[in-house]
Structures are given as C-alpha cells and as structure tokens.
Design a protein around this ligand. Structure first.
Ligand code: CS2
Ligand code: MG
Length: 413
C-alpha cells in the first residue's frame, strides 16, 4: 500500500489549524495535526515544500522507517516546526494502519488499560467569586478535575483567565489573538508582575479549598514565568492545598531549574508543552525532577515518539498529562486519547473543548462522559475532515500575547 497523495489543509474555524492528509494506493485516507499556534504557515510550508514529495511512492505501512527517515535523514533535527511536521505524517500513517486493520488506534497500541481518560477542565475568573462560578460550571459539565487560574490584583488581563463566564460557554480563551495595528498582525502586550502573582495565588487556593473541600483534584499553570527560587516558594506555599500538579513553573529550556524547585517542595511538578523531543526530558526523567509529562502528540513527533517518551517516563514512575488546549486540533486530541487509553502510566488528560465551528470542520467520535474521555470505536483515529467546511474558514494571522514587566522588560512565557 503506497502513499499516492499528500496535501495540507490550513483552516481557521475560530482559530488556525494545519492538517496533513495522506491518501494511499488503496484509497485509504489518514489525517495528522501539524498546528503550531502562531507559526502555522511555517509548518504548512515545511510539509508542502520539503516533505510531501519525499512521501509519494513510500510504503504507507512502514511507520517507524518513515519517522527515522524524516528525523535522522533531514540532518536538521528537532525543533517545534520539524517535529510538528513529522508528527503529522506519523499520526496520518497510524490513522491509515488502524483503518486498514478495522480497529480504533488504541487497539494497535496494546488495547484498553482503562474505561476512559480522566480529563481536567479550565476554570478561571477575574476574581474569586467569578472563579467559583466557573468551577461550578465545570462541575456541572461533568469535570472531575479542574485547573484554576485567576486575575491578579493590580494587573489587567492575565493569560489563561476567561472573560466569558456564562454557564455552558466554551472556554476558548487561550487562543492567539487577531490584533491588527496599521494593517499588520501584531501580538497583544500584557503587563506582568511575578511578586504580585506569588502573593495572590495561595489566597486563591485557600478560598477554593474552603469552598469546595479537600477532594477535588486542583491544578495550576504558571506559564513558565517564575525563577527557580520563586517557583520553589510557590510550590511550598501551595502544599497545604494538595495540588494535583503545578505546571510550567520555570522556563522550559532550563532542565536544571527544576532540581532546585524539587529540593524545596513536595507539590507535584508537570512540564513539557513547549518541548518537542525526548531529549528535552532526559535530565528531568532520569533524575525524577518531574511527576507528569505535558507534551502534545502534535509537538513531539507523533504517536511513535510520544509512546516511546511515555514508556521511558514509566521506567521512572512518571506519568502522562498530555497537552490538550484548543490549539491542538481534534486530530491531535484524538491521537492523545488513543495513547491515554492504552498506556499503563496514564495520569490525566487536559480537555478544553473545541468550539462549535471547529467541530463543524473536524467530525470527531470521541466522547466525554462522567469526567472521562474516550476516543470511540471508529477505525483509525476516529476524526473526519470536512474539506468543504474547512475552505469556508480562511487563515487569519494571530499571535499569543507578549508579557512585559512594569518597566517595559519583556518577560518569560
Ligand atoms: C496552556 C496552553 O493548556 C495549557 O496548559 O498553557 O493553552 C498554551 O498556552 C497554548 O497551547 C499556547 O499555544
Ligand atoms: Mg500550560
């Protein structure tokens, strides 16, 4: 079964997505997610200009060989653009293999290890009463684990805090923003103050535990904004509130930073949504400096690479907590869910829920019931792309915000 056609679909149903479509000589179609938020066209070009021609005529069944060919063969290894492109090819080939087998992908990865994947949702509020409303909404939606983020007194808009708190609203509030200045798309700029944030966060967790009790698993995302000693201090001050995890407390490229955090706190640590290779985790895993691997299948080289990364983590007792914001397309989300079902060291799955527009373009078979996600039983990944619907949503440049301190210094993400 040879690869006969490769095409890239860029669409923007509410936000931008890049999807790879591979067709075989048997007429089987596989889909892969190649979305890198704010840098979408770079991956689209990488696939169209440098990968598509290499795939034509290759054996679609040889997934490992194709992965190594694109990774080792390219000379320029790793990086978010290359690894998202490889991920899309890898996902599409697994989709094809599972469709040909007539099985949902998780069956090819070893079958079900659980009835569903525990999901966490994103509650947020500009202040504590608004956060409580948002937590209640999420509990009504069925979530059994919740990430909490709030505004910080003295700061304006804080990333990760939704402005729309209406019950039942989809919390699609971490998109890259469409902001045009003098005809040019530019990132929005937000003010940041880490000391104000560090003073505020423990008071939020205290209020939430008092209101909602000790059992609800609570998570928090620091978006890489603390120094190691600040992160250590936050982890320590949050210990009484028994977090499920503290995510991305320090900048992602500094693995040694987490050694210092680990020395000072027993709050569980998660990191990795900006990583793109197992090598980004080498120190973190072998020295047991983290508790959860946060990578997305889309940004880590696909199902093949993610499965190996999680097997490596399993040796050290480290669990999965795969990235699942709305900039991971439904195709990437489905790939995560099949792995979640099959691996033994599953921890939790992030689930933000895509907008109705997105789900009009991507027809999914995964379900969310009783707090658990399930990929469904359709052969393959279980996602179909409606190309006619996709064509009605034109690509629009959009960027994540840039943070500046009060004196104007650009701050870490
Ligand atoms: C966030 C993401 O889901 C998360 O944990 O950190 O929404 C992240 O901000 C986006 O994926 C950036 O593209
Ligand atoms: Mg995050």
């Amino acid at each position: 079964m040879l690869i006969t056609d490769v095409s890239v679909v860029v669409t923007s149903p509410g936000r931008n997505f890049v999807t790879l479509k591979i067709t075989t000589s048997d007429g089987v179609v596989g889909l892969g997610d190649a979305t890198v938020n704010g840098r979408e066209l770079a991956v689209a070009s990488y696939l169209t200009d440098h990968v598509a021609a290499l795939l034509i005529g290759r054996e679609a069944n040889n997934i490992e060989d194709t992965w190594q060919y694109l990774y080792r063969g390219a000379y320029w290894r790793r990086g978010p653009i290359t690894m998202a492109a490889i991920a899309a090819v890898d996902m599409a080939l697994w989709d094809i293999k599972a469709k040909v087998a007539g099985l949902p992908l998780y069956q090819l990865l070893g079958g079900a290890s659980r009835t569903g994947a525990l999901a966490y949702g994103h509650a947020s509020g500009s202040d504590i009463p608004a956060l409580f409303d948002s937590i209640r909404n999420h509990l009504e939606l069925g979530y059994k684990a919740i990430r909490i983020q709030t505004g910080v007194p003295g700061l304006g808009q804080v990333y990760g805090v939704a402005s729309d708190q209406k019950p039942g609203a989809r919390y699609d509030y971490e998109p890259a923003k469409r902001n045009v200045v003098d005809g040019r798309p530019l990132p929005v700029e937000e003010a940041w103050d880490t000391r104000a944030y560090l003073r505020h966060v423990p008071t939020v967790f205290e209020a939430v535990r008092n209101e909602f009790g000790p059992e609800l698993p609570l998570l928090h995302d620091g978006h890489h904004r603390m120094t190691p000693i600040q992160a250590a201090k936050l982890g320590k001050s949050l210990e009484p509130y028994d977090l499920f995890w503290l995510e991305d407390c320090t900048p992602g490229e500094d693995q040694d930073a987490l050694r210092l955090v680990r020395q000072h706190t027993t709050t569980p640590i998660a990191i990795g949504e900006v990583f793109n290779s197992v090598f980004d985790y080498q120190t973190l895993i072998t020295e047991r400096l983290i508790d959860y691997v946060r990578s997305a299948v889309t940004h880590t080289g696909g199902v093949t690479a993610m499965k190996k990364l999680l097997d490596f983590a399993a040796v050290y007792g480290i669990k999965s907590g795969m990235h699942g914001p709305t900039d991971i397309s439904p195709v990437g989300m489905a790939a995560a869910l099949h792995i979640d079902m099959a691996i033994h060291n599953f921890g939790i799955q992030e689930y933000m829920q895509h907008s109705a527009e997105t789900l009009e373009v991507f027809r999914t078979s995964y379900t969310f019931t009783g707090g658990l996600l399930h990929p469904g039983e359709n052969p393959g990944l279980g996602v179909d792309l409606d190309e006619d619907a996709a064509a009605t949503f034109e690509y629009t440049p959009a960027y994540l915000p840039v943070n500046r301190l009060q004196d104007g210094t650009v701050h870490d993400w």
